[in-house]
Design a protein. Structure first.
Length: 317
């Protein structure tokens, strides 16, 4: 092994040499346990064929472990002091691995594909607690090239992301993240492996993007599905018929749309999965389009082949 991972003593000495104090505003808690970073990297499954996007590399613990797997790494760090120090730390603890590292001093929520020379295939990160969900959603939407995600987040957030329909932890993030792929929990991480020690436990979550899209993935369709999810969960204890009444225009219209999507109007929004919301939106669009698209008197109706194609597209969801 050509790379030396950072330990507790090295983390403290490094911070002291920089006269650096962690900032709560950036959610800075640094992993100092080598076994923990190895566990994260191993669970991610990244290899030398991957280009990994790392968010908030901090002092470099996880960065070193990712480089040790042979992957290319683009590390995005908002703190200019840490961004400036990271290449020096990596060079001091490795050999030629520094050549596979790119560091960007940027806010991850503003990163776009044009900012990277090469599209990432994986996201592996110890996400700052204060931006974990927004950062995750932003990156999944902006970088469809990311096929695998392995993130460490606050345990409560991990529970919400991996929650199943109907559970008390199930909510808006649970549904939206499943728009992109399958979600799994990968265990819990003790606060003692961090410096400073946080007051909460952390959890590992893995997301594997759908190999074949199960529904349209363009930005406009995603925006409409997410807006529908927001409406349903704004009044999560109400029946779907009532929660979606304003969106549909009336309670009766809401019930009609739900039935058209094979959803019982008496079900609550918190019991619906992402496929239900996608189907509801698609059938609701047909509900609006059908009368307007109907041929005028004396004009030929749409061909049976075209109608069959449309029905096949709907049934595919």
């Amino acid at each position: 092994m050509t790379i030396r991972l950072l330990g507790r003593t090295e983390i403290r000495h490094l911070a002291k040499s920089m006269d650096f104090r962690p900032r709560k505003s950036f959610g800075q808690n640094f992993v100092h346990d080598a076994n923990t970073v190895r566990r994260i990297v191993s669970a991610s499954g990244v290899s030398r064929s991957d280009h990994v996007l790392e968010v908030g590399p901090g002092l470099g613990s996880l960065t070193l472990a990712l480089l040790d797997r042979g992957a290319k790494v683009t590390a995005v760090e908002i703190d200019p002091v840490l961004a400036g120090q990271l290449p020096t730390t990596i060079a001091a603890h490795s050999h030629s691995e520094i050549n596979r590292l790119t560091v960007l001093n940027r806010d991850i929520l503003t990163i776009e594909p044009s900012d990277l020379a090469e599209m990432p295939t994986a996201l592996v990160a110890n996400l700052p607690y204060n931006i974990a969900v927004p950062a995750l959603m932003h990156l999944l939407a902006e970088f469809p090239s990311i096929r695998t995600v392995m993130v460490m987040v606050q345990a409560e957030v991990a529970e919400r992301l991996a929650a199943e329909p109907g559970g008390k932890e199930y909510g808006v993030p649970s549904v939206k993240v499943r728009f992109f792929g399958k979600v799994r929990r990968y265990g819990t991480v003790s606060p003692t492996v961090f410096w400073p020690i946080p007051r909460v436990y952390s959890g590992l979550v893995r997301i594997d993007r759908h190999e074949t899209p199960l529904w349209p993935t363009d930005a406009e369709f995603r925006k409409q599905v997410f807006e529908l999810i927001d409406v349903a969960f704004a009044q999560r204890r109400k029946t779907s018929r009532n929660a979606l009444a304003e969106w549909a225009g009336s309670g009766n219209e809401s019930a009609s749309r739900l039935l058209a999507a094979s959803i019982d109007p008496s079900r609550r929004g918190e019991t619906l999965g992402v496929a239900d919301f996608v189907r509801l939106l698609q059938r609701s669009e047909d509900w609006h389009i059908a009368p307007e698209a109907a041929p005028a008197a004396g004009q030929p109706a749409e061909s049976p082949a075209a109608d069959a194609t449309q029905q096949a597209e709907i049934s595919a969801v």
